[in-house]
Design a protein around this ligand. Structure first.
Ligand code: 5GP
Ligand code: MN
Length: 340
């Protein structure tokens, strides 16, 4: 689709200079009125929190805002403000003065059609961002996209309301894997401190996000770990899930979030591969690692992406063959990490 002439593409800014990017985005926000906000399909805590923190801030400035996602939020996020009002659609065609795309290295990650025509502000913390926006602000050092959104909101001069603070904290709590992953810095805690001052209760947030399992999910955890395989002398855990296992536990795919982290709690495990066999020839693969084991490059080799310690991709084809190829790649990533 050709760009809408009423939203001409202006000089694309490729910058990781936060101050320059923030000033530029702030000017565009103040000059525009109707905003569309989106993020990647199968939203997670960082995508939901980044979008809604921005939505609440823009509304405080008197802007019209719609948040549109391809997939519904996982049920345990529904208790957070505004989550139930996110619109679910696979295409958008309304009139908007600007589009915010949170947490997407590529516009295709939204799986929402029709976005190319809008003036896009691309805010992301993944390496390998494709710079698809009219303004592109990426910062791979951010522990969550929400850290960047926090800085932007502060520059807009709106207060840190409880709703905004809740969503910013949600992004950090979830994207750091509950303060486990790399990229956590003093700045991360500084932002968390500010959100706590604004009324966020970290214990309640953790209970809502992590202690909201159904009994079905506990059964699923049992089945999954029971079938877990170890490779590479116990340094790699391989998890595999199919529809039968979900059905027997009375679960949906939403219940699979976070399960990949369980094997990482074993001291010897350096990395985890999680195969989700959803469709007959489609395999969704999630990867996690500890420390400097870089599994992002494995995901990239299969046209996916992510971060050093958390990445993913989707493959199509005969499973057994792909399974071994993927495992071999992760084993090689562990072997090539100094100290392993
Ligand atoms: P998850 O395993 O939780 O689905 O994803 C972990 C991380 O990898 C997230 O940061 C996510 O953005 C990234 N990721 C997952 N799947 C894909 C994919 O298909 N493409 C890209 N570019 N990144 C992905
Ligand atoms: Mn993120």
């Amino acid at each position: 689709m050709p760009p809408n002439p009423s939203h001409p593409r202006i000089a694309t800014m490729k910058t990781s200079d936060a101050a320059v990017a923030i000033a530029r985005i702030r000017d565009e926000v103040l000059a525009r009125r109707r905003f569309l906000i989106t993020s990647h399909a199968r939203p997670d805590g960082d995508s939901i929190g980044s979008q809604l923190a921005m939505a609440y801030a823009l509304r405080l400035l008197g802007k019209d805002v719609r948040v549109v996602n391809r997939d519904p939020a996982p049920p345990h996020y529904l208790m957070f403000p505004g989550v139930s009002q996110i619109e679910i659609a696979d295409s958008v065609s309304g009139e908007f003065d600007a589009l915010f795309v949170m947490e997407c290295s590529d516009l295709k990650r939204t799986q929402v059609a029709g976005l190319e025509r809008y003036f896009a502000v691309n805010i992301d913390h993944h390496a390998g961002n494709t710079m698809f926006g009219a303004i592109n602000w990426f910062d791979v050092s951010a522990a969550a996209c929400g850290e960047m959104v926090f800085d932007l909101i502060m520059s807009l001069g709106v207060g840190l309301t409880r709703e905004i603070a809740t969503h910013i904290y949600l992004t950090i709590l979830t994207d750091t894997g509950s303060f486990h992953h790399s990229h956590i810095t003093a700045r991360t805690f500084d932002i968390c401190r500010r959100t706590a001052e604004a009324g966020v209760d970290p214990a309640a947030m953790a209970r809502n996000v992590f202690d909201s399992n159904s009994f079905g999910k506990l059964k699923l955890i049992g089945a999954l770990l029971d079938r877990m395989e170890l490779a590479d002398n116990g340094r790699l855990a391989v998890l595999q899930l199919d529809d039968d296992m979900l059905q027997q536990a009375g679960c949906t795919h939403h219940d699979t979030e976070g399960l990949i982290n369980l094997p990482l709690t074993a001291r010897e495990i350096k990395a985890v591969v999680f195969f989700k066999l959803a469709l007959p020839d489609e395999i969704r693969v999630s990867l996690r690692s500890k420390g400097s084991v870089d599994i992002r490059q494995v995901a990239q080799a299969f046209d996916g992406g992510g971060h050093q310690n958390a990445a993913g991709f989707t493959v199509h084809g005969p499973f057994q063959q792909l399974r071994q190829t993927i495992i071999d790649r992760v084993v090689a990533a562990i072997a090539s990490t100094p100290g392993n």
